[in-house]
Design a binder for this molecule. Structure first.
Ligand SMILES: O=C(O)CCC(=O)C(=O)O
Length: 252
């Protein structure tokens, strides 16, 4: 397994890093079964960006408990905190790409924030492979060294696309300004992945977790996940409720 230092140095240099075999296969199998059952109730997306042959499920921590262990994975959190400092969860999305789906357009995830173009990194994306990701089944594609180049795709130079083939249970880590896209699925089976994004804890998270995981449900979770969902404060004053840390609302 790569060390935290090695992953960090790849994130800084390339904008991404792959960590193979990070989650046990029994955990990934359980997640796959739970997600597939829920995704089977959903329809494909309505436009080419989200994918007209792709199913997406958001707000995962309000719907399933199987992913909790991934969110608090110690190696990932150590990397996220070393890169960004104090973090909370930005978003959680399952993407299931079906046969015939075309490649998504390249984008970077921190484009949702009005950051100056050359601002530092504020987000770490983690794409967990729930199925094996292959050259042909829609594996995520990254553009190496395209981080820190926010703006228009046409202004990128020396584009080096890399298809992230990796076995189930592995994770692709990528910084928020890295250009990337979901790949085309040329096989006859769907490809399932889960994106967990961690953001600097002073930013508004993409998912309103305090609504998607309300107090009674949050009380059942471990303290680290509670904090990552926003039942926490960034010192000295960010995120309080009536002047106190919201974690206090979760103990009886
Ligand atoms: O599913 C993937 O491989 C990546 C999807 C993605 O980057 C997105 O929808 O923002």
């Amino acid at each position: 397994m790569k060390s935290t230092e090695q992953v960090l140095s790849e994130l800084v240099k390339e904008g991404y890093s792959i960590v193979d075999g990070l989650a046990p296969s029994a955990l990934i199998t359980g997640i796959g079964k739970a997600l597939e059952a829920s995704l089977s109730e959903l329809s494909y997306g309505q436009n080419s960006f989200v994918g007209t042959k792709t199913k997406r499920m958001h707000s995962l921590f309000g719907k399933l408990r199987e992913l909790d262990e991934l969110a608090v994975n110690k190696e990932i959190l150590a990397i996220a905190e070393a890169l960004l400092g104090d973090v909370i969860l930005g978003a959680s999305v399952a993407t299931q790409i079906f046969p015939g789906e075309r490649k998504q357009s390249f984008h970077y995830d921190d484009g949702i924030y009005p950051l100056p173009k050359n601002y530092g990194e504020v987000k770490l994306g983690v794409m967990w492979a729930i199925d094996d990701f292959t050259e042909d089944n829609g594996a995520t594609i990254v553009i190496s060294q395209s981080h820190g180049k926010r703006g228009k795709y046409n202004s990128l130079k020396d584009i080096q696309e890399r298809v992230i083939a990796m076995p189930a249970g592995s994770a692709l880590l990528y910084v928020g300004s890295l250009w990337h896209a979901a790949g085309e699925n040329r096989t006859n089976k769907p490809r399932l992945g889960v994106i967990l994004q961690y953001v600097d804890s002073w930013l508004r998270p993409q998912d309103s977790h305090l609504i998607s995981v309300q107090i009674e449900e949050a009380k059942k979770l471990g303290p680290k996940l509670q904090a990552l969902l926003g039942y926490s404060m960034r010192q000295p004053f960010l995120g309080y409720v009536d002047g106190i840390n919201p974690i206090n609302l979760l103990s009886d």
